[in-house]
Design a binder for this molecule. Structure first.
Ligand SMILES: C[S@@+](CC[C@H](N)C(=O)[O-])C[C@H]1O[C@@H](n2cnc3c(N)ncnc32)[C@H](O)[C@@H]1O
Length: 144
């Protein structure tokens, strides 16, 4: 299942149909600010989404994800993250400039994102090792 803004979901639906995958991939149009997420997934991925939105919107989205998941379901959040203070910088330089050019958004540290995930109701949040952290750090949380 894919969930994105209506115009994006429509384009995705066309692309999925062209690829002959319409029986396997359902595209749902809506806004996570106003609409409930589709039910039935045991894993929900958020790829490069949180950094575009303020804390309040991100916690709202994470709460919707928590509600849409069954007990034992997982959230996988992947995006570039800021390095904690004092650590060697990896992705920071590139992505801070990228978001500056985009005119909005900010990188959060893994600890900041983990706190938002816990605020939304998830228990343990763990970091999954990624050999190319420039592209994204992975956080996995379980609905217990
Ligand atoms: C930076 S893109 C990442 C897209 C894709 N996950 C990737 O990694 O290539 C952020 C996505 O969030 C979607 N988005 C932004 N605001 C949204 C909202 N309120 N509801 C649903 N999707 C939204 C955008 O349309 C866009 O597809």
């Amino acid at each position: 299942m894919l969930f994105d803004l209506p115009g994006v979901a429509e384009l995705a639906r066309e692309r999925v149909a062209q690829a002959g995958l319409a029986q396997r991939i359902a595209c749902h149009g809506g806004s996570f600010r106003d609409d409930a997420l589709p039910q039935g997934a045991d894993l929900i991925t958020l790829l490069r989404v949180a950094h575009d939105h303020a804390d309040e919107a991100v916690v709202g989205l994470l709460r919707s994800i928590w509600s849409a998941l069954p007990q034992g379901g997982h959230l996988l959040l992947a995006e570039p993250m800021a390095e904690p203070g004092g650590q060697p910088s990896r992705s920071d330089a590139y992505f801070h400039f990228y978001l500056l050019a985009m005119g909005r958004g900010r990188l959060r540290t893994a600890a900041e994102l983990s706190a938002l995930i816990r605020q939304a109701g998830f228990g343990e949040v763990r970091t999954i090792a990624n050999p190319v952290p420039l592209h994204g750090t992975l956080l996995l949380a379980r609905k217990s």
